[in-house]
Design a binder for this molecule. Sequence first.
Ligand code: ATP
Ligand code: MG
Length: 433
Amino acid sequence: MESRTYTADAAPGDSVTVAGWVHEIRDLGGIAFLILRDTTGKIQVKFEKDGMADDLVETGLDLHRESVVAVGGDVEEEDRAPTGVEVVPENIEVLAEADPELPLDPSGKVDAELSTRLDNRTLDLRKAEVQAVFEIRAELLRSVREQFRDLGCTEINTPKIVATGTEGGTELFPITYFGREAFMNQSPQLFKQLMVGSGLERVFEIGPIFRAEEHNTPRHLNEATSIDFESAFYDEHDAMDACEAVVIAAYEGIAENCQDELEALGMADSFEVPDAGFPRLSYEEVIERINATGALDEPLVWGDDLPTEGERALGEEIGEHYFITEWPSEIKPFYIMDKEDDELSTGFDLMHPRLELVSGGQREHRHDRLIEGFEQQGLEPEAFEYYTKMFRYGMPPHAGWGLGAERLVMTMLGLDNIREAVLFPRDRQRLSP
Ligand code: ATP
Ligand code: MG
């Protein structure tokens, strides 16, 4: 439809064809209004029963909500119209009729359960506040890519079908690959590390990760989008600096370019770009502070993973993003480098007050130590020969991290459930749509 005008661009005096969905029909007797909605907003179309052709009025008033129509006519100023203008129709074409019964009300007047919304995502995304989440998600990815470019990174794409897992065998999805067992990749970890030893040196990837998480929680997906970064000649402090820059850039991009979307979410005034200089607390300090909150029945001891309630209690106290550094080596994966004393690792997590956003660290680049790490973690180094052998041919010291895109969207917008940040989430119950 070449000559179509977006509703937001229709100005008084223009002769236009606007096209979109029937948002509402209000029949006031002698006069009736059709509110037409497109991706840019809504516009009022006015029908006058006396002054207009009967079939035109009839077509307009017989429409069901959410039918798709094209309306041609003149745009006039009208102070009483929601956007200050209205279309006086000359012709109306019904392009696709909608059933009178809808599984979900896109006008938002009737609330729907998340599962109903996800089953009918197309209709759900006709709501401005849902559309806004995905406009913001897109802007986030754009801003993040730009920040990576400023950091001198090359964007890469690595395989999602792999022969071995890296983050623990129980979370792997097995598949059949021409009669052989293969898996969906849990993380681009090993591939991105291999690239820091290539001529590229500093890379990022934005792509899917697959985790057969047993639990069904508001912050886990079985298919998530990971924003991964890895750089040669970086230590964990450099990696944390890059991580902070990327998270702040995402917020800045949205503050600058998504005012309408924030408005639709009722966040135009409350949205804040976080201050640089996220506090960096050691794991030891973190377990002491969690214990001091009294949120846990059993105090944490050295070597424990941080339980959700503990993270939340400390997050409330800190009230901003913070890093947890110097994790015990024993609870970080084999590819994380230890500090000199072996007890402590260079691993770090970036926390939002609500939950973990990022895990990262400096990597073990010494071949013999890497092989020992595999064995300690109960993995067979032979299965990873494609990876370990490159550490014999000049692998520089390096560091990096992985950031969950949906967790960033979720925490940034205060969404209750991570599924709201994904068009078509994959979880234990949901494989379709
Ligand atoms: P958690 O402890 O919260 O389950 P994790 O430590 O297992 O996360 P990592 O392996 O460290 O996750 O992955 C790096 C980042 O990727 C996480 O900090 C998170 O933002 C994101 N991520 C990992 N698994 C998932 C998942 N199942 N759903 C959504 N995001 C995920
Ligand atoms: Mg982690």
